[in-house]
Design a protein around this ligand. Sequence first.
Ligand code: F6R
Length: 251
Amino acid sequence: MPGKSSKVRIFEDRETACRTLAGELAGLIATVNASGRDAVLGLATGNTPVPLYRELVRLHREEGLSFARVVTFNLDEYLGLPREHPESYWTFMHRQLFDHVDIAPENIHIPAGQPDDVGTHCAEYEQAIRDAGGIDFQLLGIGRTGHIGFNEPGSPRDSRTRRIELDPVTREDAADAFGGLDQVPTHAITMGCGTILEARRLGLLAFGERKAAIVREAIEGPITAEVSASFLQEHPDAAFFLDREAAEQLG
Ligand code: F6R
């Protein structure tokens, strides 16, 4: 039955959820590398995956997890920000993960904040994902608008990597980090829903009571472009990793 293929996994707390997922990602990297190719990971930014990246760094330092044969594609980037801006997702990813593991710089892909031509850049991003053989595992968070990546309400199921206007709720949620709403970019580049849903496996992390209402809509509500995370219901291998607070409104 459509609507019920995604799995819901509820954990005691966010650290346990992230430790579990990190272990599964380490296993996936090992399995894919053993099959003779690089593992391709789609990555997310934001507050939610911070403990996951911390655990991946620990696994690298203490348990020999190598990123030497890992290729990454990040979901999104704010338009207008130079790489070195403290709130760019390029900066975030390097501080949280890439600076601390053995990934090859040429294997890292993050949409550019200041591309010469947005349309060309987005088409090249899509092509790079195809050239890498597609994404083995896509990590996701969820915004209070229900977005995955920055696919704000109204983003079609088959949308591709593109420029998008950020929803006012999303900009408000970023205001503190940027030091004021007027400092938050108005637009971003995001992988599309269609791009994301082509990943062979998806894992969406959501923690805290602030996410409970939108998590319920994404998992139990109608499948609709108004809540792009609801498209996960139709994916054959998608799981929601929740803490108790984020799961509290589930029926
Ligand atoms: C980030 C991204 C967004 C975030 C979402 C939740 O790359 O694509 O969809 O996952 O906005 O953000 P946090 O985790 O800060 O609540």
